[in-house]
Design a protein. Structure first.
Length: 170
């Protein structure tokens, strides 16, 4: 099941557009008034933290970011127990966008290409990053050899799983 939000929108230049786009490409507002309003449906994906864990590994996020001590050390760790209890996934994506130039530079250096995400993939990764129990399913032993090699891209060191202390709830 997907949650749908419906907004009134205007078709501009033959494209489905948001109300902010009304009049784009027109010299005056009269041309925008010629289009009939349409219904736009925004579909919110179901967040799947298990799939997010798999994507976190297969996309290479784990090469730079650690989760519960498993992963690279080039970027900030992304442990669920350090995340806000209530997280708007759009806020998380906005923070990623803010860091995008640095992440892309690191990805180009490490992998010779930028990591690309589809919306559902990003939603699932965000779910994984906020699911403490699913994060515990990620272990050093669960990483394929090619991912371990990616983690060693800058250091030549083996990563290691950190054992959690009881005082932090792990």
């Amino acid at each position: 099941m997907k949650i749908k939000f419906t907004l009134a929108a205007i078709a501009a230049i033959g494209l489905t557009a948001s109300p902010m786009m009304a009049g784009v490409g027109h010299d005056d507002d009269s041309a925008a008034d010629e289009h009939e309003p349409i219904e736009l449906q925004l579909t919110m994906p179901i967040l799947d933290s298990e799939r997010g864990r798999e994507l976190f590994v297969s996309k290479g996020c784990v090469a730079c970011h650690a989760v519960n001590g498993v992963g690279g050390e080039d970027a900030s760790p992304l442990d669920a127990h350090n995340m806000d209890l209530s997280m708007n996934p759009f806020d998380f994506a906005a923070k990623m966008w803010m860091m995008a130039p640095y992440m892309i530079e690191a990805q180009m250096e490490a992998f010779d290409e930028q990591i690309l995400f589809e919306g559902d993939e990003l939603a699932d990764i965000i779910a994984f990053l906020h699911d403490d129990s699913e994060q515990h399913e990620l272990t050093e032993a669960s990483l394929p050899p090619e991912i371990r090699e990616m983690m060693d891209h800058a250091h030549g060191e083996e990563g290691g799983e950190v054992v959690h202390a009881e005082e932090i709830g792990h």
